[in-house]
Design a protein. Structure first.
Length: 425
């Protein structure tokens, strides 16, 4: 149904909100822009989880300057680009396969290594349930308990895998959409207990956003174990979803099996140029994560201050919230889109979730203020300055900047985002 935004709405044209309701995944930003008649600057994207601080403007300028070369010439083959990525990340190329987005690798993992059944906690990233279902595998879904803030209990999951007789297990760490993080020692416990399975996949696509502990990834374990793959998207942490690049780490035989089926030029020239740029921009990348972590703490605290909203502490670059009784996520999503030009992920079409849940990507403060205003209007019927409801924070913002000064640096009440997740209200 086409929507004609009310007077004062940030969306000037009319937009078919049916676009937001199609399929298991969110519509692409490009189809939304086309649906809006190309008003790019109007839409604030709280849906697609992407690092807002990387690449830097200088890196983008460099890409722009090289656009013609990038588009006109063949990239190097996948092995050359993979070797460079491995040098930068300190990985052994024999243990790595690089794909055109980690979704390409999920597809090949399914085709090559999942023979009859897979167990995974839900809610989770949709391709981990949909891909094996599309190829007629049995998917054993382990419901994460909302009553425990969607935390994954390793013993309970292993028990479930045994009961169902699943041959493959997949976890996302941190998990999408709740942002729950399983400490490294717990992941290793899981790998130890499931050593007899055909395969255990740990999808670490959001792991660079974790600040709960210093040593997070189990990629080093994957490289020396018989049945473990660690998967990593690069679009999220490097802020470049359009490029489509990701990789997996596994023992050389397993990684080689996947590498062998990948087309020679499966990675494009944008991926090549960015991979070769990364080494020179490590510092900017680390700085981007520091800024992001401040934003996440701040945003969780602000959301938790909205009466009636349940906020789940997250180690991902998004925050899951639950609406109060009687409020519907589809209505909120459509309202934010039509009235505030804000695009959010309503989670009703995620298995194991419902339309009371929404996922908001962590964004700089200037955007969060607009989100809070929209939420305030929807939840309490009042328009105006949502920051009034988070008065503790007033005066702490440097109003015209995305930088901020947390009051007394005391964000501990909400931001003790360590191993455990805390329900905020
Ligand atoms: C947990 C998880 N893994 C993998 C992906 C796919 O990432 P890519 O863009 O690299 O295909 C997503 C996308 O949201 C995700 O949430």
């Amino acid at each position: 149904m086409p929507v004609s935004p009310k007077k004062g709405s940030v969306l000037a044209g009319s937009m078919d909100l049916g676009l937001l309701r199609k399929g298991a995944h969110s519509p692409s930003y490009f189809s939304l822009l086309r649906g809006m008649g190309g008003q790019q600057s109007e839409l604030i994207d709280f849906c697609i989880p992407c690092n807002p601080y990387f690449p830097t403007p200088e890196m983008f300028e460099r890409l722009e300057r090289n656009l013609q070369t990038i588009l006109k010439y063949y990239p190097s083959d996948g092995d050359t680009i993979t070797a460079e990525l491995c040098t930068t990340l300190g990985l052994n190329p024999q243990t790595v396969a690089m794909g055109n987005g980690s979704t390409e690798l999920i597809t090949w993992i399914d085709h090559l290594l999942i023979h009859d059944s897979l167990a995974t906690p839900i809610p989770t990233f949709g391709r981990w349930t949909d891909q094996p279902l599309e190829t007629d595998k049995r998917v054993d879904m382990f419901q994460l308990p909302e009553s425990h803030d969607f935390a994954l209990d390793v013993d309970a999951f292993v028990h479930f895998v045994r009961q169902r007789g699943s041959r493959v297990a997949v976890i996302c760490n941190p998990n999408n959409p709740d942002g729950g993080y399983l400490p490294r020692r717990e992941v290793i416990k899981l790998l130890d207990q499931l050593v007899d399975l055909d395969l255990v996949v740990v999808d670490e696509s959001f792991i660079d956003f974790v600040d709960a502990e210093a040593h997070t990834s189990v990629a080093d374990e994957a490289a020396i174990r018989p049945n473990v793959i660690v998967l990593k998207s690069l679009g999220k942490n490097f802020g470049l979803h359009g490029i489509r690049f990701g990789y997996l780490v596994a023992n050389p035989a397993l990684a080689g099996k996947v590498r062998k089926v990948l087309p020679k030029w499966n990675l494009n020239a944008f991926a090549e140029v960015v991979v070769f740029l990364l080494k020179q921009h490590r510092e900017e990348y680390h700085r981007s994560l520091e800024l992001f972590i401040q934003d996440r703490r701040m945003m969780i605290q602000q959301l938790a201050a909205l009466p009636g909203l349940t906020v789940f502490a997250s180690q991902g670059n998004f925050v899951l919230v639950k609406l109060p009784d009687g409020k519907d996520g589809v209505q909120l999503r459509d309202f934010l889109f039509a009235e505030h030009g804000i695009y959010v992920r309503e989670c009703g079409n995620k298995l194991g979730s419902s339309s009371r849940f929404l996922r908001f990507v962590v964004r700089p403060q200037q955007d969060v203020r607009l989100l809070l205003t929209g939420l305030h209007a929807f939840l309490y019927g009042a328009s105006g300055d949502a920051l009034a409801s988070v008065s503790d924070w007033r005066g702490s913002y440097e109003q015209d900047s995305w930088r901020f000064a947390p009051p007394g640096n005391d964000v501990s009440s909400v931001a003790s985002l360590g191993q455990a997740r805390h329900r905020k209200r």
